[in-house]
Design a protein around this ligand. Structure first.
Ligand code: ADP
Length: 226
């Protein structure tokens, strides 16, 4: 019918707490699948940088580590998924994060006839704290570094373009704690919703293996199931 297009499901949801490696895996999976990464966090930060109306609405919430309103994220995602580069599939990174978002996404994908697979990245709490406090990003190319697991060749400088690395504003310890609490309160329960709704849901241990090895395992699950 659709000659091989369905080799793997088209909507890949990367699910897990802040610092579980969703962004890193999404970037590796782009190469593996050819699908674009849809990161609601990145999209919202772009609006903040642009200083537009959406950016002004979400800035304070994001800097405090709180979730932004469901309706706003739902409509941003719907618009983004309607673009041509999402036609064959996409990788959702950081969405859905509440049951309301998950329900909206489910309805949307069902309407479009798109399969959904959820990959839950499981990581130990202490490792999350270590990862988030050591995290740096290149403001130019977006490459992620980590003081512990992936230090740049030269401290605080991007290997690829020489730009000075930055710490995300919401990676301060107080805000990290709030983001983790939001995760426990609003996001973790979405896993039960996924199970009840009969979604394909796979758990992977995201604290042991090197990112490329984990990416292969995730790709296998997406393609062949567990
Ligand atoms: P992390 O997963 O490390 O917390 P993200 O970049 O995914 O980082 O998200 C950063 C912030 O963006 C969140 O703390 C929240 O304020 C906002 N955000 C991102 N995605 C969503 C979403 N789906 N729903 C509500 N808020 C979101």
């Amino acid at each position: 019918m659709n000659n091989g297009q369905k080799r793997f499901p088209r909507a890949v949801v990367l699910f897990g707490p802040p610092g579980s490696g969703k962004g890193t895996q999404a970037k590796l999976l782009i190469e593996r699948t050819g699908f674009p990464q849809i990161s609601t966090g990145d999209m919202l930060r772009e609006h903040i940088h642009a200083g537009d109306e959406i950016g002004r609405e979400v800035a304070a919430l994001m800097h405090a580590g709180s979730l932004v309103p469901d309706d706003l994220v739902n409509s941003l995602v719907k618009q983004r998924l309607s673009r041509p580069d999402c036609r064959n599939g996409f990788i959702l990174d950081g969405y859905p994060r509440t049951q309301q978002q998950a329900e909206r996404l489910g309805a949307l994908l069902e309407g479009w006839g798109i399969d959904q697979v959820v990959i839950h990245l499981v990581v130990d709490y202490n490792m999350i704290i270590a990862r988030l406090t050591g995290r740096r990003q290149c403001p130019v190319c977006g490459t992620l570094y980590n003081a512990l697991s992936r230090p740049p060749n030269q401290p605080e400088v991007c290997d690829l373009d020489g730009a000075r690395l930055v710490i995300r504003e919401d990676d301060s310890e107080l805000v990290i704690r709030e983001r983790l609490e939001e995760y426990d309160r609003q996001t973790r329960p979405v896993l039960d919703y996924f199970s009840r709704a009969g979604r394909r849901l796979y758990e992977v241990d995201a604290s042991r293996e090197a990112p490329p090895v984990l990416c292969e395992r995730i790709f296998e699950l997406i393609e062949n199931g567990g």
